[in-house]
Every structure is written in structure tokens, then in C-alpha cells.
Design a binder for this molecule. Structure first.
Ligand code: NAP
Length: 488
């Protein structure tokens, strides 16, 4: 099959309707939302544009199913997740192509995301049967303490476009394992991956009403009524700190349980004793994974002054050798950015840094022609007041600043309202511990450029949010603890 035929076949197969109470149907207004290919700017297809009534119907379905689903056998829930895991793995090529079409990243990156996303289903299929409580003799010796853990109840999920499948499975898998029902709203740029995922879960035997998917143009109008409805018990959001803040406020009315996976501004520290080869490999991953459009992306490099010039030259050589192109082309390393607004933001931040004295070693900005391409860029001698040291870049731009002492490096790393992840390169064990302990983030990559792992607790501190996804901690977000005081 020719490439374009394969693309059409994948697009044709994915559902375009809302998925509510186990049925696929159009939105009540009959309107649609256009999905675009960021490599060409052209429309790929249309999906349903949900209205507030559809969102409430989705919540009604989730709430109606909660008691039955919460009482289902943990083994059954685990088996559904396991079947879905296997289905995702067996459909990797199709799902990756779909993701590349709507999001832009290279096929290799989309395949890596599909593998990562599927692992959450496997991990939580194993956790579903390990939900447990505690039995304890009271300190007085007379009574007994019993704790049980029960599903939180109907959840609302809002997910971003940058990891269209993994940001969904990282929430859905623990929720399903714990016995919660869900309404999920994917980002409007990338609804197709979530719709494909819902189809897989349906085919894996997930009962209707447990998962409900609404797609639409007007997120605020869809989500606000759900957060103000007393049937909703939890909100889990992945996206920008700005939107997260407003959703926390909206969640206050019903005192919802809230998990927030928000923005980042990851520092990448390279000490003078680092293994420079490893640091360059790690930098390439931490910076260029997902075209730099990752909350975990190394946003700024702080390198010891004695090795900064060599580090910058080597990173520029590696980043300059990457091939830009449509993600579907097999030799593409770097796809387009998600849209024009994102490209303008990257351009603005680079312009600001250069105006303040930064030197571009490689990269000359936007690429003319269709699509939202931006050249990989390395900036040396970035001054302290450059905006891109403080603001999330979300693009293929590596700003390099220098430091003289460990104290300076740590102070620079912590000089941000964000606290998601930091990367630290050093071969000195004592320094490694000092810096890992002193850094104000939820995660640290010590001599490695990727931290994401389904078996580990992913999440941030400060304005990067709260709550953890993945690991043993992940399922706790979807469980309430009930304590029974027993008098004998
Ligand atoms: P965003 O603009 O905050 O959007 C995220 C989601 O929120 C989308 O589904 C969006 O829908 C929805 N949304 C926007 N405004 C809303 C409102 N008023 N009410 C309810 N929902 C609303 O973020 P983004 O640009 O898609 O994603 C990039 C951000 O996500 C970055 O800051 C990145 O760091 C962060 N992120 C964090 C993590 C993490 O785990 N910490 C992981 C990935 C990404 P529409 O599509 O309709 O606007």
C-alpha cells in the first residue's frame, strides 16, 4: 500500500464521534471540529464538536455506572487492561501513524510513545489486584483498626496534545484499575489518538459507561459544568500551569480531589567532573524528545564554565545534523511544532535572548513553506535576564548558561516557579546526592536524560503541580481510604 493510501486507511478507521455510555454518536449540535496535519497545515478529518449537554450526558453515564464498576472483580478490571495493552502493542504501526498525522512528531517518536503508553495498561493491570487495606490492634489493646480503600468515584480527565496517547493511558489505566468511571476530554489538536484508544478499550471488553470521551472546540464550556456538578468526584489535568490554576479554582466549589500535571522549566546541570559524552547523549534526549514539546524537556542548560564551550560546540554539532521533515517520512528526525501560535512563541523567546546578547551557534528560526517547522537552535552565552531561562520554551531550542560553583548551579536551577524535573550530570557521588537533595523538583534524572517510566511516580512540586502518575503511587490517586473503628 502506498504511504498516502495507508494514511487514508488509518484516518478512515478511527471513530469520529463522541463515545458516551458505550455508544458512538454525533454531538447534539451536529457540529464538527477539524483536525489538522501540522506538517502541512491541511485538514485531515473532522470529529464531533461536543456541546455542554453532551458533556453532562457523559457524566451521567459515568455516574450511572460507578457503583457497578466499583464493585467489579479486580481481576476482571486487570484482564481488560491487559487485553488493551496487547491490542495497543499489536497495532503500534497504525496508532503511531495516526499520532504522527495529528501531532507531527516523527514515526519513531510516535512508536516510542505508543510503547510507553501501553506500559501503563500493563503496569496497572498488575496493580488492580493489589489494592489492599490494613487490620491493626488499637493502641489500647481493646479495639481494632480496619482500613479499606475504595474507588474515588467518577473522574474528569483533561489531556494535552503533546503526548496524545500516553497522557491518556497514564490516567485511564489507574482509574480503571481502581474501579473509577471517567469522562475524558483530549486536546482539540489531537483527538484522534484518544478516540482510537477508546475503541481499543471497548473491544477489550470495557463495559459501556466506564469510559466516556468528548471532543470539542470549547473546552471551558465543556469542563466547567462537570466540575460544578456534585456527581464528579475527581479532576485530573495535564496541561499548562495557567489553565491548571483556573481548573483548581473551579474544583474548589465541590471540593474535588485534584491531580495536576502542569508545566515545567527543567534545568540540565553539567558539572566539570561529568562524563561529557554521556551528558551530550542525555542532552539530545532531554532536549529533542518530542521536538522539545515536552513538560520534561530540558529548558535550559547550566554548564560549568570550564567545559561550556566544548559542550555547546558538541551539542550544536549533534542538533545541527538532525533532519527536519514531515513526521511520516522515514528519515525525519524532527517534525513540525504543533501550530503557528507555538512557533511564534518559540521565535519570540529566541529573539528576546539574542537581543539581550545570546549567540546562536546553529538555527536560523522558522522554516519557510507549509507546516510549522522551526530549526533546532543552540544559544551560547545566554544572559541571566533572558526570558527563555524562566519561561517554558516548548521547542527545539537549547539555551546554554554557565556557572562557577555548585552553589551557583543549584541556585540557578531552583530560580523558577516550576518544579517538575531536573537533570544532573556529575561523576562525584557526594555531589550527586547533595544536588539531588537540594533541587526543588518532583523528579531528577541523574546522569540520564529521560525519567518517564510507568513503574515510577511521575509528577512535580511548586507550580508544576501535585499528585503522581505511574508507579505504586499512581493508583492511590484514584482510591479513598475509609477507616472503620471496631469495638470488640
Ligand atoms: P493547555 O493549553 O493547558 O491545554 C491542555 C488541555 O486543557 C487541553 O485539552 C485543552 O483543551 C484544555 N483546556 C484549555 N483551556 C481550558 C479551560 N479553560 N477549561 C478546561 N480545559 C481547558 O496545554 P497544552 O498547550 O495543550 O499542553 C502543553 C502544556 O502541558 C505545557 O505547559 C506542558 O508542560 C504541559 N504538560 C505537562 C505534563 C506533566 O505531566 N506535567 C505533561 C505534558 C504536558 P483545548 O485543546 O480545547 O484547548
Amino acid at each position: 500500500m502506498a504511504d498516502s493510501e495507508r494514511e487514508q486507511a488509518v484516518l478512515k478507521k478511527v471513530p469520529k464521534d463522541l463515545y458516551i455510555d458505550g455508544a458512538w454518536r454525533a454531538g447534539t449540535g451536529g457540529g464538527t471540529l477539524s483536525v489538522e496535519d501540522p506538517a502541512t497545515g491541511e485538514a485531515l478529518c473532522e470529529v464531533a464538536d461536543a456541546q455542554p449537554d453532551d458533556a453532562l450526558a457523559a457524566l451521567a453515564a459515568a455516574a450511572g455506572k460507578q457503583a457497578e464498576w466499583g464493585a467489579s472483580a479486580p481481576r476482571d478490571r486487570g484482564e481488560i487492561l491487559r487485553r488493551a495493552y496487547e491490542a495497543i502493542v499489536s497495532q503500534t504501526d497504525e496508532l503511531a501513524l495516526l499520532m504522527t498525522l495529528e501531532m507531527g512528531k516523527s514515526l519513531a517518536e510516535s512508536k516510542a510513545e505508543i510503547a510507553y503508553a501501553a506500559e501503563f495498561f500493563r503496569w496497572f493491570s498488575e496493580e488492580a489486584v493489589r489494592i489492599h487495606g490494613r487490620y491493626m490492634v488499637n493502641t489500647t489493646g481493646k479495639g481494632r483498626i480496619l482500613t479499606m480503600r475504595q474507588p474515588v468515584g467518577p473522574c474528569v480527565f483533561v489531556t494535552p496534545w503533546n503526548f496524545p496517547t500516553a497522557m491518556g493511558t497514564r490516567k485511564l489505566a489507574p482509574a480503571i484499575a481502581a474501579g473509577c468511571t471517567v469522562v475524558v476530554k483530549p486536546a482539540q489538536q489531537t483527538p484522534l489518538s484518544m478516540l482510537a484508544l477508546a475503541k481499543i478499550l471497548e473491544q477489550a471488553g470495557l463495559p459501556g459507561g466506564v469510559l466516556n470521551v468528548i471532543t470539542g472546540k470549547h473546552s471551558g464550556e465543556l469542563i466547567e459544568p462537570l466540575l460544578k456538578d456534585s456527581r464528579t468526584r475527581k479532576l485530573s489535568f495535564t496541561g499548562s500551569t495557567e489553565v491548571g490554576r483556573s481548573l483548581i479554582e473551579q474544583s474548589a466549589e465541590q471540593v474535588l480531589r485534584v491531580s495536576m500535571e502542569l508545566g515545567g522549566n527543567a534545568p540540565f546541570l553539567v558539572f566539570e567532573d561529568a562524563d561529557l559524552d554521556a551528558a551530550i547523549e542525555g542532552a539530545m534526549l532531554a532536549k529533542m524528545r518530542n521536538v522539545g514539546e515536552a513538560c520534561t524537556a530540558a529548558n535550559r542548560f547550566h554548564v560549568h564554565e570550564s567545559i561550556a564551550a566544548e559542550f555547546a560546540a558538541r551539542l550544536a554539532e549533534r542538533m545541527g545534523a538532525l533532519k527536519l521533515g514531515r513526521g511520516t517520512d522515514h528519515d525525519t528526525d524532527v517534525g513540525p511544532l504543533i501550530d503557528e501560535a507555538q512557533r511564534e512563541k518559540v521565535e519570540e523567546l529566541v529573539g528576546d535572548a539574542v537581543e539581550r546578547g545570546a549567540r546562536a551557534l546553529i538555527g536560523s528560526g522558522r522554516v519557510d513553506g507549509p507546516g510549522y517547522f522551526y530549526e533546532p537552535t543552540v544559544l551560547a552565552d545566554v544572559p541571566d535576564d533572558a526570558r527563555l531561562l524562566r519561561e517554558e520554551i516548548f521547542g527545539p531550542v537549547a539555551p546554554i548558561a554557565t556557572f562557577s560553583t555548585e552553589e551557583q548551579a543549584l541556585a540557578a536551577a531552583n530560580l523558577t516557579e516550576y518544579g517538575l524535573v531536573a537533570y544532573v550530570y556529575t561523576r562525584d557521588l557526594a555531589r550527586a546526592f547533595r544536588v539531588c537533595e537540594g533541587i526543588e523538583t518532583g523528579m531528577v534524572g541523574l546522569n540520564q536524560g529521560v525519567v518517564s517510566n510507568p513503574a515510577a511516580p511521575f509528577g512535580g512540586v511548586k507550580q508544576s503541580g501535585f499528585g503522581r502518575e505511574g508507579g505504586f503511587e499512581g493508583i492511590a490517586e484514584y482510591l479513598e481510604t475509609k477507616y472503620v473503628a471496631i469495638s470488640l
